[in-house]
Design a protein around this ligand. Structure first.
Ligand code: PEP
Ligand code: MG
Length: 532
């Protein structure tokens, strides 16, 4: 985190987690200290806990009524179901009967459940531990008679962490959020993106203490504390421009992407988790151009079995409603380690055993994924894509393994098998690679062409599109046209509106982008080739 200061104004660099701009008074909710209860008669303690649970339930029901469908409703309904569950509440009431105060009894019962969820094999249940913590605190607040501190409108909230139900209870109009913890793929970031609330993570909330006003940039990750007058004015002008741009772009979201000259361009979305589906309307897309299946393998004990993977792929196909879905086989390694699978201690992990290199070295793990994919393909137009292909033999080997999976599961169809084009050796000799479709991974292709790491901020001026990249993109698009083989681009370059004209100039006609970039990319496509 870099800090540079000029008198009172301070600029702090964090990581952008949800796009947008906000400016307002800083609000720092202090860590609440609750006085511990003295245990009263068990009957009184029982009554106090029952009242606290009832009032927590009313609060959650009110929140659920305001939140509508989707991810938010799922979180709140889960917490409501927990409150109804005797298995959760009975141990607390039993502890009260042995003389424990209501708050200690509730905390003890919930802590035990939380530990169970945190130890769960299934990533879904481990993810739900945060909901239990949230529920524990809500009931403890009610027992202590504490009300949720009101957050003023247009505030920039700075906290170390924020529970999803607290987030949903806040009126965010005009506001923004700064968090010490979290990542762009956290639950909270997904909720915020769906509601258009800017979020920056990776900034120590204590750095905001003693400051009054802040400017928050959810595009770049910058937080400016106590901005001077010229900085405030410039930011206000940017906000105005941003508002007009968003309003203009939103007009394009629900329409098919068409250039100014009337040519139809296919725009699909990239998915990194199932939760993202709740924030996207499938009819705004032409399908899913990349499912990063690493999400099924990360942050868990043990690898996902065939059934869990099948359910996840099927859920995406159901959501897509007949639109094509390209699922990429596991791209572990590099910056995506998977305990028990990827190697530790590689000198250069991005040039190491990653992507298909790992899958082919663990045929037992790969076979499970291919079987799950072959079964899911019976439920919609699923295609399989192989990452980090470097030599044609890798594709031949995967094709053979896929045929085995199709035969072994008696799948009715053999899904099309395509490859990511992200290693220069493949990109420069694309005619040697037999694949049903190609998708260009510009993130890796750029870093390998420039020999400059994609996550080294200091090398950003090198790790960007170069004449070499544009030449390669043109050649691959041309090869696709000649052979009738579909070519798309699913790296982050496709989500950058400023890069759209150059990508279309190269002859690319299928782009896959982060869901948040759909409207701006469609708008950029619409202005391409428009005669003014
Ligand atoms: C890419 O390399 O452009 C790509 C889409 O894959 P990832 O970012 O997951 O490596
Ligand atoms: Mg890649």
């Amino acid at each position: 985190m870099g800090v540079e200061g000029a008198r009172r104004m301070i600029r702090i660099a964090g990581a952008p987690a949800a796009p947008g701009l906000a400016q307002g008074r800083l609000h720092r909710p202090g860590a609440r200290r609750r006085a511990e209860r003295r245990p009263g008669a068990p009957a009184d303690e029982r009554a106090a806990l029952a009242r606290a649970i009832a009032s927590a339930r009313v609060e959650l029901e009110q929140l659920a009524a305001r939140s509508g469908e989707g991810e938010a409703a799922g979180i709140l309904q889960f917490q409501l179901a927990l409150l109804e569950d005797e298995a959760l509440t009975a141990p607390a009431f039993a502890a009260i009967d042995t003389g424990t105060a209501a708050d200690a009894a509730w905390r003890g019962a919930l802590d035990e459940q939380i530990a169970d969820y945190e130890r769960a094999e299934d990533a879904y249940f481990r993810g739900r531990a945060a909901d239990l913590q949230d529920l524990r605190e809500r009931v403890l607040d009610r027992l202590a008679g504490a009300a949720d501190a009101a957050i003023p409108a247009n505030a920039i909230l700075a906290a170390e962490d924020l529970a999803p139900s607290k987030f949903l209870a806040i009126d965010w109009r005009g506001g923004g959020l700064v968090l010490g913890r979290g990542s762009p793929t956290s639950h909270l970031a997904i909720l915020a993106r769906a509601r258009g609330i800017p979020v920056v993570v990776g900034i120590d909330a204590a750095a905001c203490d003693g400051h009054g006003h802040a400017l928050l940039d959810g595009y770049t990750g910058e937080l400016v504390l106590d901005p001077d007058e010229p900085t405030r004015r410039a930011f206000a002008e940017r906000m105005e421009r941003d508002r007009s741009r968003q309003a203009a772009e939103a007009e394009y979201l629900a329409r098919p992407a068409v250039t100014g000259a009337g040519e139809r361009i296919w725009v699909t979305v990239n998915l990194g988790s199932l939760e993202e589906l709740d924030g996207i309307d499938a009819s705004h897309t032409d399908g899913v151009g990349l499912v990063r299946t690493e999400f099924l393998f990360q942050d868990r004990h043990g690898l996902p079995d065939e059934e869990e993977q099948f359910r996840a792929y099927r859920r995406i196909l159901d959501w897509a409603g007949g639109r094509p879905v390209i699922v990429r086989t596991l791209d572990a390694g590099g910056d995506k380690p998977i305990p028990g699978l990827t190697r530790t201690g590689e000198t250069n992990p991005f040039l190491g055993v990653r992507g298909v290199r790992i899958s082919l070295r663990h045929p037992e793990v790969f076979a499970i994924q291919l079987r799950a994919l072959a079964r899911a393909a019976a439920h919609g137009p699923l295609r399989i894509m192989v990452p980090m292909v470097t030599v044609p033999e890798e594709m031949a080997r995967v094709r053979w393994l896929l045929d085995e999976a199709v035969a072994g599961t008696r799948a009715a169809v053999r899904p099309p098998l395509g490859m990511m084009v992200e290693v220069p050796a493949a990109a420069l000799a694309i005619d040697r690679f037999e694949a049903d479709f190609y998708s260009i991974g510009s993130n890796d292709l750029i870093q390998y062409l420039a020999a400059a790491s994609r996550d080294e901020p200091e090398l950003a001026p090198l790790a960007k599109p170069s004449p070499a990249l544009w030449r390669i993109l043109k050649d691959i698009a041309e090869h696709g046209r000649r052979t009738g083989c579909e070519v798309s681009l699913c790296g982050d370059l496709a989500g950058d509106p400023a890069a759209i004209p150059a990508l279309l100039d190269c002859g690319l006609r299928k782009l896959s982008v982060a869901p948040a970039a759909l409207a701006s990319v469609k708008a950029a496509i619409a202005s391409y080739g428009r005669s003014s």
